[in-house]
Each structure stands twice: as structure tokens, then as C-alpha cells.
Ligand binder design. Structure first.
Ligand code: NAP
Length: 256
């Protein structure tokens, strides 16, 4: 392997779950700009198709698949169709996620199930659906999108923290079972980035000034700043890296 080819992703088939907006769209753009055939995903056909049109207008090699990461039947059907029509998946980004906020004593059981179901069980289900193709090829990359809450608790979001801490351990578990097939499973833990999910935080001036003081870089992240870690973990550059989380957080986890 020539050093100049370490980060080459040309022609790879990449699925980004939850790429109708926010960080998922930026991940999908980053992969498309680096030569991947990118498959966009979300639960709403309208949103997925709008995104697909935009990607095509940029000249990207883009496709769309609509499924809910909590629904095994939908996932399996979609993956089979992708494998038949586009090719088996080389790179999976388990990005779909939600956060529901409430003090734990008031938290509804249904909401707990939703958060764990999408953020943790969803990543397990989609990984399982794509791994057959990766085992056949003896190559694959799975990148799980964790969080600061893979490491830290925070008031009102205990279920989210449980899901993201679980996702970190799922990353290690998948690596333990699948590294022998030359599949690398790693995670990215973003700090704070302005998206729909974090709107209640960046609209809150008290939180905004707290965060900027709390973060050694003194600012929010810019979504494109996640792409270096993404390209590293999606490419041959990380062929002997497995079960790791890379935190892209302006130094937040380095200090209290
Ligand atoms: N923003 C941050 O600062 C930050 C920090 C740390 C970690 N993260 C993580 O990064 C990921 C993306 O977050 P974001 O901030 O970009 O959130 P976002 O703007 O709310 O986007 C979430 C995406 O997930 C999709 N989604 C939600 N439930 C789904 C399901 N059941 N099946 C398929 N797709 C689903 C949504 O699409 P539809 O609603 O159209 O289905 C949407 O495209 C999440 O895992 C989040 O936990 C974000």
C-alpha cells in the first residue's frame, strides 16, 4: 500500500444512516467528495429525496434508501436491494440518533425505549444487516457516532448517555467478533456541534457561554471538523485500528 493511497475511498459504497440533515449530511458529503458512492438514509421519503436531489446537483454519486433503524424487516429489505443494485456496503456510518431530555424521575418508559432503540439497538441491527457482505469481501468499515455522553453523564439526558456509553461498548464488542474478517469497527465522539438536535442548547445563551468556557478551544465545533477522523476511520489508513473511539471535542474531555 502506497502512502499516497492510504486515504483513497474511490468507488467505495458508503451508507450513512440518518443523513437527511445535521452531521449525517456532512458525513455523506465528505465521503461523496472523496469518491464514495453514498447512500443517504432517513425515515421520511420526502426528506431523503430532497437530500438526494441536492447531492446529485453537486455531481455526487448518490443513492437513497428509506428505513427506520429500529425496524429489522425494513433494514434487511433495504440492504438486500442496495447489494443487488449498487453493490455490498464497504463503509457503514451508524449516525442516526435522537435525544429526549427530562429529569430521570419524570422520564417515560416509552421514551427510554425510543432513545435506546434508535441510538444503540439501531446501530446493532444495521451493522448485522451489512456484515454478511463485508465478511464475503473480507473487508469493511463500521463507524459508530458516539458522543461526549459515551464518557460523561449530564443532567436530564441519562438515557442518551446510557445509549452512547452502550454504543462505545458495542463498538468494542463488534471489533472483538469481526476484526478477524478484516472489518474495522470504530467510533467518533463529537463534542458540541450546532444541529437540529442541539438547537435547545445553542439557542440558550446561558448554555452557550457555559460551553465556550468549559471547552478548551472556547467554541462550538464546526461539522466539517469531524471529517478528518471520519476519513481516517473509513480508509486503509486505519487498517489496524479497531474498537477505538476518537473524540473530536475541542479538548472538552481532556479537562474538568
Ligand atoms: N450535534 C451534536 O453536537 C452531536 C454531538 C454528539 C453526538 N451527536 C450524534 O450525531 C448523530 C447525528 O446527530 P445530529 O446532531 O446531526 O442530529 P439531527 O440533526 O437531529 O439528525 C438526526 C438524523 O437521524 C435521523 N434519524 C432519527 N431517527 C432515525 C431512525 N429511527 N431511523 C433512521 N434515521 C433516523 C434523522 O432523520 P429523519 O428524522 O428524517 O428520519 C436525521 O437525519 C447522532 O447520533 C447524535 O447523537 C451529535
Amino acid at each position: 500500500m502506497k502512502v499516497e493511497n492510504l486515504f483513497n475511498l474511490k468507488g467505495k459504497v458508503a451508507l450513512v444512516t440518518g443523513s437527511t440533515g445535521g452531521l449525517g449530511t456532512v458525513f455523506a458529503k465528505g465521503l461523496a467528495e472523496n469518491g464514495c458512492k453514498v447512500i443517504l438514509n432517513g425515515r421520511s421519503p420526502e426528506k431523503v429525496n430532497t437530500q438526494l436531489k441536492e447531492f446529485k446537483s453537486y455531481g455526487y454519486s448518490a443513492f437513497a434508501t428509506v428505513f427506520d433503524v429500529t425496524k429489522s424487516d425494513e433494514i434487511n429489505k433495504a440492504i438486500q436491494k442496495i447489494e443487488k443494485e449498487i453493490g455490498s456496503i464497504d463503509i457503514l456510518i451508524n449516525n442516526a440518533g435522537i435525544n429526549l431530555r427530562a429529569p430521570l424521575e419524570d422520564f417515560k418508559d416509552d421514551d427510554w425505549e425510543k432513545v435506546i432503540g434508535i441510538n444503540l439497538t439501531g446501530a446493532y441491527k444495521v451493522s448485522k444487516a451489512v456484515v454478511g457482505g463485508m465478511i464475503k469481501k473480507k473487508a469493511g468499515k463500521i463507524i459508530n457516532i458516539g458522543s461526549m455522553q459515551s464518557e460523561l453523564g449530564r443532567a436530564t439526558i441519562a438515557p442518551y448517555a446510557a445509549s452512547k456509553g452502550g454504543l462505545k461498548m458495542l463498538t468494542k464488542g463488534l471489533a472483538t467478533d469481526w476484526a478477524k474478517y478484516n472489518i474495522q469497527i470504530n467510533g467518533i465522539g463529537p463534542g458540541y456541534f450546532k444541529t437540529e438536535m442541539t438547537k435547545p442548547l445553542w439557542e440558550n445563551s446561558e448554555f452557550d457561554s457555559w460551553l465556550c468556557k468549559r471547552t478548551p478551544s472556547n467554541r462550538w465545533g464546526i461539522a466539517e471538523e469531524l471529517l478528518g477522523a471520519l476519513l481516517f476511520l473509513a480508509s486503509d489508513a486505519s487498517s489496524y485500528v479497531n474498537g477505538q473511539m476518537i473524540y473530536v471535542d475541542g479538548g472538552l474531555l481532556a479537562t474538568i
